[in-house]
Design a protein around this ligand. Structure first.
Ligand SMILES: [Zn+2]
Ligand SMILES: [Zn+2]
Ligand SMILES: [Zn+2]
Length: 396
């Protein structure tokens, strides 16, 4: 509602003590809170802007310069690890330890009494490739102009976005930084307030008055008895002296407020902001001869790093003894070569971990079952263990 109110009444709460039994009005901020002028304002709409050469694609990721292929050399290879022998006692102890600590509702009897028919130790391979890449985007931004020094635009060409030298603080760690592109800043009149530094009050829309919250704009309040009961009739509202209107609080009855876009300065510094993001792209592949053990288990147990390499660009491993590792390396290196066209690859690293896996063939109570001892910490995977269910697990 936008109406003209006569006069300027400023009597908020002044008669408060005359109406002891009346409920207090709601707090001012509940009804007078002005809408934020800053919200939803696009800086590019605040002023008229012309993008400098090379900065026509604001907001979108910028195509990085093409990469000069690194000299690809065959990575250094190391021999497959040889693991220490594992005995019957070792695999039985590992299973009992697992039951006691990680599967306490399993029965111990089978692990104690089982006969061990055969033990075979093999290796699983865990190949990991990480690509550390950078992307750049530009955008117009603005800030109130307080008279700070501005780099001249005239006669200068801003450096191209990818020519600005910024180094990541950490490698192989996600991160982000921003900077002002040199020679893109100008000072403009604020469009929101047209350079005046003040905007129309959003609460009273410039009319300087608001409905009285005490009498809801009626100018009258109910009469009350000393006991608090309402009696018939009404009396003139003491807050607004019966006018139903009072001075607008947010603008102090002036009708305007300081411009929130330019912080009342009337002018804005507008410039191109360069946003640089660093991201680690990680892929891995597990080669497990048993085809039974969950890959996640192999990923997280201790193994031996048989090979690792860090370069600007790595080349696929081709001569590892297990061809599945070579294939995985080739596929993932190729995937990373093509998957991030809008990012510049800064560094890559890859490694092969070898994880010992012992397959134990056991027999207990006329039943054969296999289980697996994995990694240097001898993690157990035993989906066929005969005494897995105590009867309580299903309930829990
Ligand atoms: Zn106002
Ligand atoms: Zn009133
Ligand atoms: Zn302004």
């Amino acid at each position: 509602m936008n109406r003209d109110y006569p006069g300027n009444i400023d009597a908020i709460g002044s008669e408060w003590t005359n109406y002891p039994n009346q409920p207090p009005p709601p707090p001012y901020h509940d009804i007078l809170e002005p809408r934020s002028l800053a919200s939803g304002v696009d800086p590019a709409e605040a002023v008229h802007l012309t993008a400098p050469a090379g900065y026509e694609y604001m907001g979108a990721p910028l195509q990085p310069p093409s990469y000069d292929e690194a000299i690809l050399s065959e990575p250094r290879q190391e021999n497959q690890m040889r693991f220490p022998t594992i005995t019957d006692d070792d695999v039985r102890d590992a299973l009992l330890r697992y039951i006691d600590h990680d599967a306490c509702c399993w029965g111990r009897a089978a692990a104690v009494e089982m006969s061990i028919n055969d033990i075979q130790t093999n290796s699983a391979f865990h190949y990991t490739l990480e690509t550390f890449a950078e992307s750049r985007t530009t955008s117009w931004v603005f800030e109130p102009y307080f008279g700070q020094e501005i780099e001249s635009v005239d006669g200068y060409t801003p450096p191209a976005p990818w020519d600005i030298n910024v180094q990541p603080t950490d490698t192989f760690k996600d991160g982000r930084t921003f900077l002002e592109v040199p020679h893109t800043a100008t000072v403009k009149n604020c469009n929101k307030c047209r350079g005046s530094g003040r905007t129309t009050c959003v609460t009273c829309r410039g009319v300087t008055l608001q409905p009285c919250t005490f009498c809801s704009g009626s100018g009258h309040t109910s009469k009350y008895e000393a006991s608090g009961g309402v009696v018939s009739g009404s009396c003139i509202c003491g807050s607004c002296a019966g006018t139903g209107r009072r001075s607008c609080l947010p603008c102090s009855g002036v009708g305007t407020q300081p411009c929130k876009i330019c912080k009342a300065k009337g002018r804005l510094k507008v410039y191109v902001k360069l946003t640089i993001r660093w991201k680690v792209h990680k892929d891995d592949h597990v080669v497990d001869g048993t085809s039974v053990i969950p890959n996640d288990l192999i990923r997280h147990v201790q193994g031996d790093t048989s090979f690792q390499e860090e370069k600007q660009r790595v080349s696929p491993i081709v001569s590892f003894p297990d061809i599945n590792v070579n294939n995985a390396s080739r596929q993932l290196v190729e995937k990373h070569r093509t998957s991030f066209p809008m990012e510049k690859i800064l560094k890559q690293r890859h490694k092969i971990r070898i994880v010992p896996i012992t397959t134990v063939q056991s027999h207990w109570s006329r039943e054969d079952f296999n289980y697996y001892v994995i990694g240097f910490e001898k993690q157990i995977y035993a989906p066929e263990y005969p005494l897995r269910n105590c009867g309580m697990c299903a309930i829990l």
